[in-house]
Design a protein around this ligand. Structure first.
Ligand code: UDP
Length: 318
């Protein structure tokens, strides 16, 4: 298939681009390189440096049969301090992209949504039928795009899939996380192990969980990429499907710290700090729907494998 990948210079977008190329797809990457890296775009894909707002000429020229849409701002804290960036880039940018698709008669899209669309869960594991009450602008902006996709599917016969990622980790195809501003647990812990950061602050150890630290559902980026390939041809015209992507088991921050210590052999100094605003105690996906519909089966579920692959990538990058 001829596909356009927005955000293909970022962590998840570059891994999925490599997976698409390996399956014989023809890939053009559209990325403004605001947070991505040109050298993360796999050889074999063409890179067009452009914003989502300027995507119309690119779609008109490439004439893709499908779009995989990763490009977005994704820092929860920033979304609270400068919400306009999230409405402008994530919502405005996605609307511009959907209009560019409509003009180019492209009616298939896979969108990177998030567990943050659910907010504080009322039931765990979280099914796709759970109420969506995001607690930050990042989650709200992604939910707005999910809603947009439903209406475009109905009005314009678009075949759409929203994949709601839980906590993505690991590395694949020589690609991994390399953000200028790092807020996520695994890369921060690995920076400590590599000696570029002094200690890891655990945000709260008084949660109602067995060891008092927050529980999250970590999914390997390889399994996440496989889900995109399964999702791409799945919906019929006019259909918008929503799938959670998590491995379905939860690990605490303390368990993650233990895994990082084991994998890296580093003692990993830890400081217990206050809770981070808006962090629910436990976020675990029910991924029953995508397993049943598409036969998706996460295979790299061992925390030590997720951490180990991220560690190997971080060491290769120096
Ligand atoms: N966390 C932490 N210290 C850090 C970064 C994260 O204790 O320096 C915790 C955070 O409170 C959450 C978990 O690790 O419980 C995962 O956070 P992350 O930011 O990686 O992903 P999120 O679940 O917020 O999407």
């Amino acid at each position: 298939m001829r596909v356009l990948v927005t955000g293909g210079a970022g962590y998840i977008g570059s891994v999925v681009t490599a997976a698409l190329l390996a399956e014989g797809h023809e890939v053009t990457v559209l990325d403004d390189l605001s947070t991505g890296h040109a050298d993360a775009v796999p050889v074999g894909a063409r890179l067009v440096r452009a914003s989502l707002h300027d995507s119309a000429p690119v779609l008109a020229e490439v004439r893709p049969e499908a779009v995989l849409h990763f490009a977005a701002k994704s820092l929860v804290g920033e979304s609270q301090q400068a919400p306009e960036l999230y409405w402008e880039n994530n919502v405005g940018g996605s609307l511009a992209l959907l209009e560019a698709m409509r003009a180019a008669d492209c009616r298939r899209i896979v969108f990177s949504s998030t567990a943050a669309t659910y907010g504080e869960p009322t039931e765990v594991p979280i099914p796709e039928t759970a109420p969506t009450r995001p607690t930050n602008t990042y989650g709200a902006s992604k939910l707005a795009v999910d809603t947009m996709l439903t209406s475009y599917a109905v009005a314009y016969d678009v075949a759409a899939v929203s994949l709601r990622y839980f906590n993505v980790g690991g590395a694949a195809f020589g690609r991994g996380e390399r953000h200028a501003t790092e807020t996520h647990l695994i890369p921060i812990a690995l920076q400590v192990a590599a000696g570029t950061r002094e200690s890891l602050t655990v945000y709260g150890d008084d949660y109602p969980t067995p060891d008092g630290t927050c529980i999250r559902d970590y999914v390997h980026v390889t399994d996440l990429a496989a889900a995109h390939l399964l999702a791409l041809p799945a919906p019929a015209p006019g259909e918008h499907r929503v799938y959670n992507l998590g491995s379905g088991s939860g690990f605490s921050v303390q368990e993650m710290v233990d895994a990082v210590r084991e994998v890296t052999g580093h003692e990993l100094p830890v400081v217990v700090g206050p809770r981070r605003a808006g962090d629910p105690a436990r976020l675990v996906a029910s991924s029953a729907r995508i397993r049943e519909d598409l036969g998706w089966q996460p295979v790299h579920t061992d925390l030590r494998e997720i951490v180990g692959d991220a560690w190997t990538f971080a060491q290769q990058r120096g």
